[in-house]
Ligand binder design. Structure first.
Ligand code: MGD
Ligand code: MGD
Ligand code: SF4
Ligand code: MO
Length: 854
């Protein structure tokens, strides 16, 4: 079978993937040893890509309402809706809300169509929720949205500082590189995060910062470095614009961190000129996100730690093509190719596109855009490759806006997303493995995504759908592309506008590549290795130290923090289809400190409700001492398609950073309450079941679905189950009932277990039997095997299917390092994503053994 070199569609690390197609939609996945981003490595999500390439749940035909239509009708309908709105209400009555999961070619066309030819700035992207603060910080400091580092700097650094990043879970291949650097050259690792994450647990120093304490901390660190003489006066004088008396006026004491921890941090920073500060959502997603970015950059500029091997501030991108979108103008407040809206820049863009109707200024940013939809100012919204009904802040408001909007078009690869439920028209896009184009990763490396499968049904490339609509709007000649290569060439040529204005973005050497060269394009990086050291793309040629002051943090009550799990991607439309990835966390957890749990009356394993000014949601309570007092954490992933009420977007208030418009997803005032239930149950079924109970969460298992349910009153599980031969055991006194349903041939269709007071069987055991069909009916109803086989326990290693029981047995038998556990059990030896978890089990068990011995 032919091997295709492509790029992982998940995070901004941008790993190269080797895909070898097997039968039908099956594909064998391996890391590309020749790709500079990952050199052969992949994390759990990349490794299990093959479990998400099936056609289950795919949208493969254009749909108007619930009616399947041919493309011509769908495209006519979409363009008529747009044309009518523009004719009646002007260009600003239409908007595109796009995504960092589009390819650069798609993104380029979306931006060209809206800003160039419709003549409105109303195109914004979900990168507004993700990267906008980093973009604003880069622009303020460097004069251009530029990441000054590459991954190779991690190999050279003597100190790596992670700020607001759970790297081990969210950028796992960068994490593996950090681990390797620490092992090889003793590089030190600091993690600045209010939670003790698996990333923080592995650090040399964890700084448990107060929510949004980053500006204060980095400003104090800068003052401390100035006081210790660690500032690089020569570099500041030659290469930076520094506000009058700025350094002298800073306060080294106002950091809010325990003094001993602060001085350890300051010692490490002072001693380590080769320092890389990696930051992500704990920095960007904040009402002070842009200032946080600049506080970090200020420290690097003032110490001259930028543009040298192993030194620089390094914003990690979340999505696979957040960077590509930033290059081609996906944000409402930029034109393409890093240009702004100055008359001269507008004129250049207008001339390049031969677009007489170029928009006059910036459009609405995501939060403002949905407000305008809600108010009826925007009457046509086209959502591409993002699920705002789940991922936007104040999701209830966003849903109201979508419900009110007379024209909602959704381009997606999945038929039933929470957002698609509001669509008038649904357009089937090509998914990963079908689509063809380029993406740019966190270190400015452009890589190809290449097709592995033919297009399923009538799905089409996003760029082509837009070009077809553009033609119907009368812009055919400006959108007459025949291939993604043609779009790429035009974009590469257009970067001459940036280069001519002294910007670093420059792909003009790719402007004339042939289709064959595009097909064969090797990963390449624009901007070189260290674009920012001697000269900056500002009018003065110098970098700018941006004066900032810390925000006031005094606030009573609880702070809600939200973020990600290791094995799920955002709104779960794809990773939620993988049984292996679903095993890591089957339910969304409310992580809460023991003290706060007690205060709120929450019990571990019970249900807890979080309420904010925006809404409420319910989670499984997990009491954790990694969670500081006064703070709780919940994941962002669960949707209405997967749970009764686990949507975190409903809780986040739409508070934004004044410079970037990025929402503050990480620090929302919240209150907690326990949720009572009369019974608890779980159901395994071949098809998803739809309980009426107040709490349910479903997850994928091999051969079906697992649904956790809790409710009040009577538990009528039989009503949920398919027709068939029913076997039952019950103990009404304890409210225990167990049901197995088989078909005429005796194969198992469903299992259900309910209890009012007792315990339920171990899920992973039942899940295994449901997949293999090995257990007998009595064993299934008993919820355990008749023999003395131990329960495998919760799954640790998803690649090699190793449970906690085997890991602990290996530790008991003397394995005292992660590597030794790997040698004994194979756990952690493939993608490595579970190594931090193995390390945690090791620490806990070794501690317990030591205590027992003492
Ligand atoms: N597994 C997985 N990986 C992903 C994704 C995914 O959905 N799943 N999504 C991708 C995308 S788009 C993105 S944007 C990235 C996000 O990657 P990360 O930024 O690493 O992920 P998050 O979990 O959103 O948040 C990171 C950390 O910020 C901390 N934090 C909260 N408030 C503060 C604060 O005030 N200060 C500091 N210093 N820290 C704070 C949180 O406790 C959290 O641990 O991940 C990418 N990779
Ligand atoms: N509470 C909370 N909310 C958050 C965050 C947080 O930390 N906390 N983080 C924010 C961040 S950083 C981000 S990036 C967003 C992400 O939020 P979203 O962008 O809403 O999340 P996804 O689930 O990745 O949505 C992508 C959609 O595009 C579809 N899709 C996939 N590939 C393609 C394609 O090639 N073409 C088309 N047309 N569709 C495709 C998928 O099926 C899916 O429906 O969430 C934000 N929301
Ligand atoms: S780190 Fe994982 S999710 Fe990110 S690009 Fe690499 S394989 Fe994909
Ligand atoms: Mo993101």
């Amino acid at each position: 079978m032919k091997q295709v070199r492509t790029t992982c569609p998940y995070c901004g690390v941008g790993c190269g993937v080797l895909a070898r197609r097997a039968e039908g939609r099956e594909v064998a996945i391996a890391g590309d040893p020749d790709h500079p981003a990952n050199r052969g490595k992949l994390c759990s999500k990349g490794t299990h890509l093959g479990e998400t390439t099936g056609l289950e749940g795919r949208l493969i035909y254009p749909m108007i309402g619930e009616t399947r239509v041919i493309w011509d009708i769908a495209l006519d309908d979409v363009s008529a809706r747009m044309a009518n709105c523009i004719a009646e209400h002007g260009p600003d009555s239409v908007a595109f809300y796009v995504s960092g999961q589009l390819l650069t070619e798609d993104y380029y066309l979306a931006n060209k169509l809206m800003k160039g030819f419709i003549g409105s700035g109303n195109i914004d992207t979900n990168s507004r929720l993700c990267m906008a603060s980093a973009v604003a910080a880069h622009n303020r400091a460097f004069g251009e949205d530029l990441v000054p580092c590459t991954y190779d700097d991690l190999d050279e650094a003597e100190l790596i500082v992670l700020v607001g990043s759970n790297t081990a879970w969210c950028h796992p291949v960068i994490w593996q590189r950090i681990e390797a650097a620490r092992e090889r050259n003793g590089c030190k690792l600091v993690v600045i995060d209010p939670r003790r994450t698996e990333t923080a647990e592995r650090a040399d120093l964890h700084v448990p910062i107060k929510p949004d304490g980053d500006v204060a901390l980095f400003t104090a660190l800068l003052a401390e470095m100035a006081a210790r003489g660690a500032v690089d006066e020569a570099y500041l004088a030659d290469h930076c614009e520094v506000p009058e008396a700025y350094l002298a006026g800073l306060d080294a004491a106002a950091h809010g961190i325990e003094p001993a921890i602060f001085s350890r941090l300051a010692d490490l920073v002072a001693a380590s000129p080769r320092m890389v500060t990696l930051f992500s959502m704990g920095v960007n997603q904040s009402a002070s996100g842009t200032d946080k970015g600049n506080a970090i950059i200020n420290l690097h500029l003032a110490t001259g730690r930028i543009g040298l091997p192993g030194a620089g501030p390094f914003s990690m991108t979340g999505q696979p093509n957040a960077m590509g979108g930033r290059e081609v103008g996906g944000l409402a407040n930029m034109l393409a190719c890093h240009l702004g809206f100055a008359d001269e820049e507008r004129a250049a863009v207008s001339a390049f596109w031969q677009a007489p109707n170029l928009c006059g200024g910036p459009g609405l940013k995501a939060v403002e855009m949905f407000r305008a939809v809600h108010e009826g100012r925007i009457k046509f919204l086209w959502v591409m490759a993002t699920n705002p009904a789940v991922s936007m802040p104040d999701a209830a408001f966003v849903r109201e806006a979508l419900a009110r909007c007379p024209n909602v078009v959704v381009s997606d690869v999945i038929a039933d997303t929470d957002t698609a439920r509001f669509a008038n028209v649904r357009l089937p896009a090509l998914a990963w493995g079908e689509k063809d184009g380029t993406v740019t990763n966190s270190e400015r490396t452009v890589s190809r995504q290449r097709p592995i499968f033919p297009a399923p049904g009538e799905a089409r490339a996003d760029w082509r759908i837009m070009a077809d609509v553009a033609a119907r709007l009368g812009h055919g000649s400006a959108f007459a592309y025949t291939s993604p290569a043609a779009v790429f060439r035009e974009y590469a040529a257009m970067t001459s506008l940036a280069a001519a204005r002294g910007k670093v973005l420059d792909l003009t050497d790719k402007a004339d590549i042939t289709d064959a060269q595009y097909d064969a394009l090797e990963p390449f990086r624009w901007g070189g290795v260290h674009p920012l050291r001697e000269h900056f793309p500002t009018p003065s040629g110098k970098a700018r130290l941006v004066p900032i002051s810390p925000p006031g943090l005094a606030r009573n009550g609880l702070s809600l923090n939200t973020g990600r799990y290791r094995d799920q991607w955002h709104t779960m439309t794809r990773t939620g289809l993988s049984p292996r990835l679903s095993a890591h966390r089957r339910e969304p957890l409310l992580e809460v400190s023991p003290g706060d749990a007690e205060k709120a009356g929450l019990v571990d394993g019970g249900l807890g409700q979080v309420t904010t000014a925006a809404g409420t949601a319910t989670y499984r309570v997990a009491i954790s001492d990694g969670q500081a007092e006064g703070q709780v954490f919940v994941p962002m992933h669960w949707t209405d398609a997967m749970a009764a009420s686990g949507r975190t977007g409903a809780l986040v208030v739409a508070d934004t950073d004044p410079h970037s418009g990025q929402p503050a997803f990480k620090n929302v005032p919240a209150a907690l309450a326990p949720v009572a239930s009369d019974w608890r149950a779980f159901v395994l079924s071949r098809q998803p079941v739809q309980p009426q109970a107040a709490y349910w969460v479903r997850s994928r298992i091999v051969g079906g679905w697992l649904t956790e349910i809790e409710g009040m009153g009577a538990a009528d599980l039989a009503a949920l189950l398919p027709a068939g031969t029913v076997s039952e055991v019950a103990d009404p006194a304890r409210g225990m009932q167990r049901l197995a349903v088989s078909d005429a041939a005796g194969s198992l269709l469903a299992l259900a277990y309910v209890t009012r007071r007792g315990r339920l069987p171990a899920r992973e055991w039942v899940v295994r039997q449901f997949a293999t069909g090995e257990a007998s009916l009595p064993e299934l109803l008993a919820g355990r095997s008749a023999g003395s086989q131990p329960d495998a326990g919760p799954l640790v290693c998803v690649c090699h299917d190793v449970g906690e029981t085997a890991v602990r047995a290996a530790i008991c038998a003397g394995a005292n390092t992660v590597a030794a556990v790997g040698a004994a059990t194979c756990a952690g030896t493939n993608c490595g994503s579970c190594r931090p978890q193995i390390a945690r089990l090791l620490e806990a068990d070794l501690d317990a053994m030591k205590e027992a011995a003492e």
